[in-house]
Design a protein around this ligand. Structure first.
Ligand code: ISJ
Length: 116
């Protein structure tokens, strides 16, 4: 294996540059992910209010099943691990449902400061 790390802590400047270039792209992508998630949560907060006002349940497992099937297919096309895509969606949806439960509770009982 070739390496530009000679064990003295010196790294080839060309390697440093390549690493910095790739990390710049990673930072841009991370920023985009944060902005997209913020927009998604703005939408789901609206859904939570709508559900609370009309006494609809916080979670919709049938909708989630359709989203998972769709995202798994998109992930496969994009050469992303579909199991990872599913885990990622489930992680986000769990947080959304927690928000919806809180909105429903606040709508029924009034807001209670200090609670999560
Ligand atoms: C946002 C909704 O509420 C929940 C959250 C979902 C999501 O974050 O995509 C999907 C289904 C529901 O369990 C919805 O019903 O559309």
């Amino acid at each position: 294996m070739t390496t530009s790390n000679n064990g003295t802590g010196d790294v080839d400047p060309a390697v440093r540059e390549e690493l910095a270039r790739l990390r710049d792209s990673i930072d841009n992508i991370d920023a985009a992910v944060v902005h997209m998630l913020a927009e998604r949560f703005k939408c789901t907060q609206q859904v939570g209010l709508l559900k609370a006002r009309h006494q609809l349940p916080p979670a919709d497992p049938a909708r989630e099943a359709r989203q998972i099937a769709r995202l798994r297919a998109l992930a496969e096309d994009a050469k992303l691990d579909p199991a990872f895509a599913e885990k990622f969606l489930n992680f986000i949806v769990a947080e959304v449902i927690r928000h919806h439960e809180r909105i429903a509770d606040e709508t029924l009982n009034g807001s209670a400061p200090g609670r999560n």
